[in-house]
Structure formats: structure tokens, C-alpha cells
Design a protein around this ligand. Structure first.
Ligand code: SER
Length: 326
């Protein structure tokens, strides 16, 4: 049986997923038991006022260790990472943060006999030679971005710590994540978030990938559920550990724009593809997530239209209050 989650550390808690994951973990496990950390960006008032927050640098093991000792941490959600677009601008930084950060977390997991560690992966693990439709769980992993390289290495490293040391490590390959609380920071799938903000703000959007670009996507509530559900799964029943495919929906940009037009009929979209087109083209259209469904009961709830309705309602409410971008 897996040990209980009593004192939880979240790295990358100021980021798009980390910020919402931290709030949900605080809700479920008690605010004082969830220690939020970030590197440079100031936390939102909501994050800062709801429980402990510290600045750390995941590339420096002693900086993480101080927090692990101070709070007697038994569980880590390691969300800190440099994403694909920023990673292509600064590949060395991407390697340093993603690889050394992961290694440091795993080493501390061993040293402090931690109960479990969750380290997410991404659709960026795929690249040349992969079947693009219904991409299988087990297939060739030849990414063309530094972010993808670090995610493949990260998955292998995590699985090594499971096999070699019996450490409880779990991870899932996130698709593009869409949300309205915190903007994503420097990924290729960011257009699928920006389009909603600009649609509500200005009624138009210029997209940096072509209209026929299809990528797997997921709405934040499903992403948070998937992450916590995998964290709570019975470790002894898992056949995979650090590389679960998870899917929710797939659509091209035209379909996304058409969905928005149901709520904002005058919405206009134009296309100016840049270097991120090539990255998007190297990733799958859709994903086979049957291993996640079988091994820990994964089942998404949101589709494109239900997500669009919810996104637009929340963003309109914020715009009316004058703080669309928070
Ligand atoms: N959203 C990420 C990116 O675009 C993929 O995991 O980089």
C-alpha cells in the first residue's frame, strides 16, 4: 500500500498548473500541509495568503532540502519546468532546470524516504517517426525539442528510481492544458489559452500555428483530477509509472475558433505561423490513454464545447470586474 500524503511540497506552484493544483491540494489535505514554492515570479495573493510559500531554486539541491527538512515533507508534486517554446530559446537552461531539478527531487526522495513523488511528463516526448493518430502508450520517443528531450530523459530517470531503489514515483504525459486562472509560460500549446483571452478582450486573435493544426488538449479541472487521481492510485497496481498517456480532447484551431464563435459570433481569427508550428507538427493529433484508464481509472469529463462555455463565462466575469489578466 502507498503511504499517506501528510506534508506535501509543490514546486512550480506559481505556474499555470501548479497554482491551481496547490489550491486544490490545500482544499483536500489542509492548507498548512501543502507547501507552495516558486523560483522568481511573485505568487498571487490567493496563493500567498492561503498557506506557506517559499522561493527555492530546484537546480540547487540544498535549496529544496531546506524546505523538505523544515516541513518534514513526505510527498512532492514536482511541477517546475521550462516549457517547449522557452526551451528552444534557451536549451541549456531547459536542460538545467528540467534534468537537474528532477534528479534533485528524486535524490531527496531517497534520502528522506519519501512516500511518493509525482513528476509530470508531456506530449513533447514524441517526435519523428511516431504514429500521429491515437499515439500508443509504447512507441518511439524521438523528440525534436530540448523540452521533449528532458521529458524523455526524465521519464527514464523516474522509472530507474522505481526499479532500482523502489522509490514511489508517478508521472503522466500532459497534453496542452487550457485554463483561466494563470497564463501558461512559454509553451507551444499556449495559443489554445491566448485565443480565449483575446476573444473576450478584443474579439480577435492572431494565431501562431496554422488553422489545420491538431493537438491533444485538456481543460484544467480534468488535469487537476488526473494528477491527484494518479497520486492517490494504489502503487502496487501500477504497471507503468512515469509515462502514462492521458487524453481528453483533440481539435484543430479552426474548430476551436468555431466553438468560440458560438458565444462570440463576431470573433475573427488570422494566422501567422512562427517557429512553434514545427514543434506543433512534431506532436501527435490524438493519444491512446487506455493504460491510464485501466490502471488508475482515468476518465475525462470536459469536451471542447463545455470547456469553451466555461472559459468564456469566467473570463467575461473577470473582464467585467476590470481584471481579465489578473
Ligand atoms: N504545453 C506544453 C508546451 O507546449 C506541452 O507539454 O510546451
Amino acid at each position: 500500500m502507498s503511504k499517506e500524503m501528510k506534508k506535501i511540497l509543490v514546486t512550480g506552484s506559481v505556474g499555470q498548473i501548479g497554482s491551481e493544483l496547490t489550491m486544490e491540494l490545500r482544499h483536500r489535505f489542509g492548507a498548512e500541509n501543502v507547501i507552495a514554492t516558486g523560483r522568481k515570479t511573485a505568487p498571487s495573493e490567493k496563493l500567498k495568503n492561503s498557506g506557506p510559500f517559499h522561493f527555492i531554486d530546484v537546480t540547487k539541491i540544498e535549496s529544496i532540502e531546506e524546505i523538505v527538512k523544515k516541513y518534514n515533507i513526505d510527498t512532492i508534486f514536482h511541477m517546475a519546468a521550462i516549457l517547449s517554446a522557452v526551451g528552444e530559446k534557451n536549451p541549456q537552461l531547459c536542460w538545467d532546470v528540467n534534468m537537474n531539478g528532477t534528479l534533485n527531487i528524486l535524490e531527496l526522495g531517497l534520502k528522506y524516504d519519501m512516500g511518493r513523488i509525482i513528476i509530470p511528463s508531456s506530449i513533447a516526448v514524441w517526435g519523428r517517426g511516431v504514429p500521429l493518430d491515437n499515439t500508443p502508450q509504447e512507441t518511439v520517443l524521438k523528440p525534436t525539442t530540448m523540452y521533449g528531450v528532458t521529458k524523455v530523459c526524465g521519464e527514464l530517470l523516474c522509472d530507474y528510481y522505481v526499479q532500482r531503489f523502489g522509490l514511489d514515483v508517478r508521472g503522466l504525459r500532459y497534453p496542452g492544458i487550457i485554463s483561466y486562472e494563470t497564463l501558461p509560460g512559454g509553451g507551444t500549446t499556449d495559443y489554445a489559452v491566448a485565443i480565449y483571452y483575446e476573444a473576450v478582450d478584443k474579439g480577435k486573435y492572431t494565431c501562431f500555428v496554422r488553422e489545420d493544426t491538431v493537438l491533444p488538449m485538456m481543460y484544467m479541472p480534468d488535469c487537476i483530477n488526473a494528477t491527484i487521481q494518479l497520486a492517490e492510485a494504489d502503487f502496487s497496481k501500477l504497471k507503468h509509472h512515469s509515462d502514462f498517456n492521458v487524453a481528453a480532447m483533440s481539435f484543430n484551431v479552426k474548430e476551436l475558433a468555431d466553438s468560440i464563435k458560438k458565444y462570440i459570433p463576431d470573433f475573427e481569427i488570422t494566422y501567422e505561423p512562427d517557429y512553434r508550428q514545427e514543434i506543433a507538427d512534431s506532436w501527435p493529433n490524438s493519444i491512446d490513454d487506455s493504460a491510464a484508464r485501466e490502471e488508475w481509472g482515468w476518465n475525462p469529463e470536459w469536451d471542447l464545447d463545455s470547456m469553451t462555455k466555461d472559459m468564456i463565462e469566467h473570463l467575461r466575469e473577470r473582464k467585467n470586474k476590470g481584471n481579465l489578466y489578473l
